[in-house]
Write a protein that binds this ligand. Structure first.
Ligand code: PEP
Length: 256
């Protein structure tokens, strides 16, 4: 059985005070290890929220939005895996489209970060997705294949086996735009992704790897998306900033 995950990417939103208020309103409890809920707040909130979640014995997990591939050095404004691990953070997003486009993270950099994070025993949520122009041109399946190539062919199989790699397919045209991929479009691409994994890494890895959908997921469309056979949950941006919406999306995952 594949693990189902809902992860809230808060981006550059919420002060620590606001974050704590939001966390206090989130509702998630599960006895199943196969259902997980994560929050991914800004750096300044990681330590405080980790302590709060621990104090509450919460099942909600917490991850970072980014990391630098090196452990320390003259990299003003960056944060290392070592620093994150020191405050108990073991999950990190890599390759989010905003990092790729606004902060010029090319495939090589995303691969460097992924590889460094995995070597340091992080679980990574690897984000990727095509631009609208690429979908219109009809090259989206190839674009996705290229974005996954390094990860599938160059990363040690042990990291796939240990389920340290979670994939998040996020069509760029659907992120923050209100324009969600239809459940058919999401399923079609997730099936393609699973097939790519199967071709190179085998059926067992393909079947056990969680593939999340991201891009304008909201309470009104979450259930239908999560019901697709190859969609194992969602990476949620805007809707994760509101307790009612995020709780509703979490419920969609639990009850589908
Ligand atoms: C995201 O930031 O990963 C995302 C999917 O954002 P939104 O849900 O707002 O489209």
């Amino acid at each position: 059985m594949r693990t189902k995950i809902v992860a809230g990417n808060w981006k550059m939103n919420l002060t620590l005070t606001e974050s704590k208020q939001l966390v206090n309103k989130l509702k998630f409890s599960s006895n199943s290890e196969n259902i997980r809920v994560l929050i991914i707040p800004p750096y300044t909130n990681l330590d405080g929220l980790k302590r709060l979640l621990d104090a509450q014995n919460s099942n909600i997990e917490i991850g970072s939005q980014n990391l630098h591939h090196l452990n320390s050095g003259a990299y003003t404004g960056e944060i290392s895996g070592q620093m994150l691990k020191d405050i108990g953070i073991h999950i990190v997003l890599v390759g989010h489209s905003e990092r790729r486009t606004l902060f010029n993270e090319c495939q090589e950099v995303v691969f460097q970060k992924s590889s460094s994070a995995l070597n340091q025993n992080f679980e990574i949520i690897y984000c990727f997705g095509e631009q609208l122009s690429e979908r219109i041109e009809g090259i989206h399946f190839n674009v996705i294949k290229n974005q996954l190539e390094h990860l599938i062919n160059k990363i040690d199989l042990k990291y796939w086996e240990s389920k340290q790699i979670v994939l998040a397919y996020e069509p760029v045209w659907a992120i923050g735009t209100g324009q969600t991929a239809t459940s058919e479009q999401a399923q079609e691409m997730h099936h393609h992704i699973r097939h790519l994994i199967q071709q190179s890494l085998g059926v067992q890895i393909a079947n056990q790897t969680s593939i999340l959908y991201g891009g304008s997921v909201k309470p009104s469309n979450a259930k239908e998306l999560f019901q697709q056979p190859d969609v194992d949950g969602g990476l949620i941006g805007g809707a994760s900033l509101d307790a009612t919406s995020f709780n509703s999306i979490i419920k969609s995952l639990i009850t589908q």
